[in-house]
Write a protein that binds this ligand. Structure first.
Ligand code: OXD
Ligand code: MN
Length: 573
């Protein structure tokens, strides 16, 4: 079988190492190659075109020259792997065929776990079918690791539907079907009137086993995978979703069939489904974890006593080991990952391969936000959700991208890293998508990271169970809500019941008041930030964005006059 050949060759070439569990391998990326490199990910733009100040771009001809030069000879004496895949279910209105060429058997092996095989599908394709093309070279390797990382680059040639990735191995930079194809898909979606999104897709199970599908956009490392895995529900996908209007309804599919997930803080208690898969006979590739003397993977915050030694991305590791700058090297990287197929998950939804996808009941936006958004709220309507939730999403940076973590960044739709058309146009596409649709999904925002004045989180990791169940009931009009200047928030008694039923927790009015207090000064500052970014850097922002932000500012100022800066939810009842 191809897959077995690919896996064995990855091991034989030292790109992966077998572990004690015969179904597991580990892959290490270079010390400087542990996350997505945003700065060196560049759109190649033909003369006369400009994608706007938010996107990194360069002249197409110059870019092609650079990338061809870097590729020249970079695969000498290596084997070329050519793979055929399909994004989305096969033979469906969502399918996009993709050819991947790579010199990395690790990349090919990862794609086998993550994507739908498409060789036969390719053979059936009409000659004029649009195909995405991915060309990857890890470049020069020393100890199986890309060494020319200073000349690393991801170049997106959208004119030719081709993405080049050179001198890097980290999967977020190299797996063509993941974020590289997403950038091409966003352009295709723009031309064809659908949406390609950085979203999970899941069924939230409501009363009488009703399944209501939600798509959720959270920046990398902000709880997207863990939300899609919340107990008592079923998962369709954790990262990439295509949405199309079919027969007047917004329907969606998972682009992938596997998970390339952050492993940090996966524990047996909080993430039992993933934990079980990672301890079973399902094939898995671990990356940038620590491997102990008995060939077992360990990751940060795994709920077990930290290891005393092992091998990690820095070589032999021991407690107190420091890097060249004197910084302590953790035993595993914060952005260490696992790569698995979805088929082993006990909570997999049975619609995964449905060619027409699932009907979407709700869309959720969530970021790492310490001081503005309440834990959950519903937008006033579609446009209000697109503008004040999707287009206003901000989040603190995480280890999924290179650079410092914890900095508040503009992260519209959690898709900014991948948007490949001018941002204003992308926002307009979202506005248009829900426009004529009587049954458009409801739009919600969530925030798992809100803190109190002492800097402590005001909600618990497991509380997202309740926020999901509340949103599910809202989609069916089965709970009321309280209208505030920023959206509809839950009624205390409903949450109290849901907490008791789903978590056996005695939810208090005091918790509710703290969590759902409207923080007027912070919200006004946020409006100011979003408005400024658009005025200064997004020349094609639709006017309606400014109007909706102005209205929200007005509502907040009015209420501030009457009730002050911190407004308890009881004020609105
Ligand atoms: C990912 C990412 O790996 O968004 O999914 O970085
Ligand atoms: Mn992602």
């Amino acid at each position: 079988m191809d897959t077995e050949y690919i896996r064995r060759t990855a091991i034989a070439r030292g790109e992966e190492t077998p572990l004690a569990n015969p179904y597991h391998t580990v892959h290490f990326d270079g010390f400087h190659d542990q996350a997505r490199d945003k700065e060196r990910t560049v759109y190649l733009v033909p003369k006369g075109e400009n994608l706007g100040d938010q996107l990194t771009q360069m002249d197409r001809e110059k870019g092609l020259e650079i990338v061809h030069d870097r590729l020249d000879g970079s695969m000498d004496n290596k084997k070329m792997v050519v793979r055929f895949f399909c994004l989305g279910p096969l033979d469906s209105p969502f399918s996009i065929p993709v050819i991947q060429i790579t010199d990395s058997f690790y990349v090919a092996h990862s794609e086998d776990l993550l994507y739908r095989r498409g060789y036969d599908y390719f053979r059936r394709l009409p000659d004029d079918k649009e195909i995405f093309r991915m060309l990857h070279s890890s470049g020069k390797l020393i100890h199986s690791v890309s060494t020319d990382w200073k000349k690393r680059g991801v170049m997106i040639d959208y004119i030719d539907n081709t993405v080049y990735s050179v001198n890097t191995q980290y999967a977020g930079n190299t797996i063509g079907l993941k974020k590289l194809a997403l950038r091409l898909a966003i352009r295709k979606a723009d031309h064809e009137g659908w949406l390609a999104e950085h979203m999970f897709l899941m069924a939230v199970h409501g009363p009488s086993n009703r399944r209501t599908y939600f798509a959720g956009a959270y920046p990398s490392g902000c709880g997207k995978t863990s939300t899609s895995m919340v107990r008592g529900n079923t998962i369709v996908g954790d990262d990439l979703t295509y949405l199309r209007i079919l027969d007047g309804k917004i329907r969606a599919v998972n682009v992938e069939r596997g998970i390339f997930g952050i492993i940090r803080s996966v524990t047996q208690k909080d993430d039992p489904v993933i934990w079980d898969v990672l301890h079973s006979n399902q094939p898995a590739i671990f990356s940038n974890v620590l491997i102990t003397g008995d060939e077992t993977p360990r990751w940060l915050e795994d709920g077990i006593e930290p290891p005393g030694s092992g091998t990690n991305f820095s070589g032999d590791w021991f407690p107190g080991k420091v890097d060249r700058n004197g910084e302590e090297i953790p035993y595993a990287h914060k952005n260490a990952r696992y790569t698995i197929g979805l088929e082993g998950l006990s909570n997999l939804d049975d619609t995964l391969d449905d060619p027409c996808g699932v009907e979407v009941g709700g869309i959720i936006y969530g970021g790492r936000d310490k001081d503005t958004w309440v834990p959950v709220q519903q937008s006033l309507d579609w446009n209000h959700g697109v503008v004040t939730m999707g287009a206003s999403l901000e989040s603190e940076s995480t280890a999924a991208t290179l650079g410092p973590s914890g900095i508040r960044n503009f992260q519209p739709f959690s898709n900014l890293d991948f948007i490949s058309i001018p941002l204003g146009k992308y926002i307009q596409n979202h506005l248009d998508f829900g426009k004529d649709n009587k049954q458009s999904p409801l739009i919600f925002s969530v925030n798992y990271f809100l803190k109190n004045d002492e800097g402590d989180f005001v909600s618990d990791k497991l509380d997202k169970t309740v926020w999901l169940k509340w949103m599910e009931l809202r989609v069916h009009g089965e709970v009321d809500a309280i209208k505030t200047p920023t959206g509809y928030i839950p009624i205390f008694e409903d949450l109290r019941e849901l907490f008791l039923f789903h978590l056996g927790k005695d939810y208090t009015r005091e918790e509710y008041n703290i969590q759902f207090t409207i923080r007027v000064p912070e919200l006004l500052e946020k409006i100011g930030r979003i408005e400024r970014i658009h005025r200064e850097t997004v020349s094609d922002t639709p006017q309606v964005l400014f109007d909706i932000l102005d209205d929200q500012r007005f509502r907040l100022l009015e209420i501030q006059k009457k009730h002050g800066d911190c407004i308890s939810p009881t004020v609105f009842v």
